[in-house]
Design a binder for this molecule. Sequence first.
Ligand code: ATP
Ligand code: MG
Ligand code: MG
Ligand code: MG
Length: 479
Amino acid sequence: MTSSQIRQQFLDFFQSKGHLIVPSAPLVAKNDPTLLFNNSGMAQFKDFFLGNGTPPSKRIADTQKCLRVSGKHNDLEDVGFDTYHHTMFEMLGNWSFGDYFKQEALTWSWELLTEVFKLPKDRIYVSVFEGDKKDGVPFDQEAFDIWKAIVGEDRIIYGNKKDNFWEMGETGPCGPCSEIHIDLRNQDEVDTIPGKSLVNADHPQVVEIWNNVFMQFERMADGSLVPLPNKHVDTGMGFERLCMAIQGKQSNYDTDVFQGTIQYIAAKSGKNYGDEKWADIAMRVIADHIRAIAFTIADGQLPSNNKAGYVIRRILRRAVRYGYTYLDFKEPFLHLLIPGLAQQFKGVFDELISQEAFVAKVIYEEEVSFLRTLSSGLVRLDKLMEDCSGKILSGDEVFELNDTYGFPVDLTALIAREKGLDIDEPGFNAALKAQKERSRKDAGASAEDWVIVNEGDEVSFIGYDSNETDTQVLKYQKI
Ligand code: ATP
Ligand code: MG
Ligand code: MG
Ligand code: MG
């Protein structure tokens, strides 16, 4: 089954169960000061759970573009090194707003996975919330009983508050979760493990694919829990992980979601995917990062020097450096991946194909700009690492790389880590602050360059801004 068919089958299945299928919200979180990027399927429905506003249907399903690179969920450092955490991923979800509850949600998830997708039943494990006496939250007996009838007691894992209890904040709606994990290990490896709770083996090939959250309590200001009059279901399933399971792979990158991009990168670099550790990591990182970069720009957030825009610029520079160092890409290359990606998501997220040339141009300009200083920055960093007497690069050194060569601090940290070194981040922050104060004094108010583009706006690249202290700043304006 191809990934497109898998996505469609998910949506068709929930449509057949009376769900309204809605589009993904943009990656860039609008009207939510607590979030830079949408990081879960439920983000766009938050208000409905809080009782503000009425959903268009009591049953909704969709695929939501998610980005986990900042704040509470930050998976950036795992990307490329494990096989199932991405920066941008699709979260398939179904919701009940005061309609069905645990019985339907869990039964349907089992039906979809085993009857529609035909995943082997003996490879699936589930978790239920074990309860937390100290916190006054009970064991989820209801989910346990439902699962016991479906999978049997020996496939149920007990999860703690950290993994199996969801809360919106200090107060507000909350409730237990039930996760579904799949064991993707080779059979001979599984056979050697005694006992039944294989999920606890914490093996990289035993992967969480689906989380069912049951909002059934409200946490009051005094810490007590009150049952909600309307109970809700919020589920999220990692699309790329689901494809890995269905397509019988052990890595998300081996599915058709990523293979097109990876093979393109491989051909371009003259290397085979699977031959060399660091070249492989670089190919995975690039195949991952380009999606985050492309869809964020397509959703209206341009790379810039602060907030959401800087997150994107940082991800882009990481990708450029991986290509430069491990795949020998000395010329701009990321922008070449856009046409393939736009085709791949045609009919799913059309915002990319409709702005293909623009997105490619923005990325190209960013690449040109960073490549201009990358090689001398790397030479400088190598020298600093060689001369480093302890195990830590000083704040001033990290600042110099940032200020003169445009190396985001996390990029310097990443490269240093590859050599077993650390960086002095507080020292860097102090140096940055001191510089900002100096330039404020010198130049009066500094210009704001965080540009949010709304749907339908056209934007043109207007060149480099020489007034900024960071010489890397590219400027765009609405036209
Ligand atoms: P994990 O424990 O693997 O980090 P999670 O518990 O943080 O996942 P949830 O917040 O429960 O994830 O999100 C629901 C589903 O989204 C997960 O079960 C997983 O399939 C998927 N998912 C979460 N984070 C990522 C990611 N960074 N890349 C790809 N899929 C993800
Ligand atoms: Mg996580
Ligand atoms: Mg988890
Ligand atoms: Mg989870």
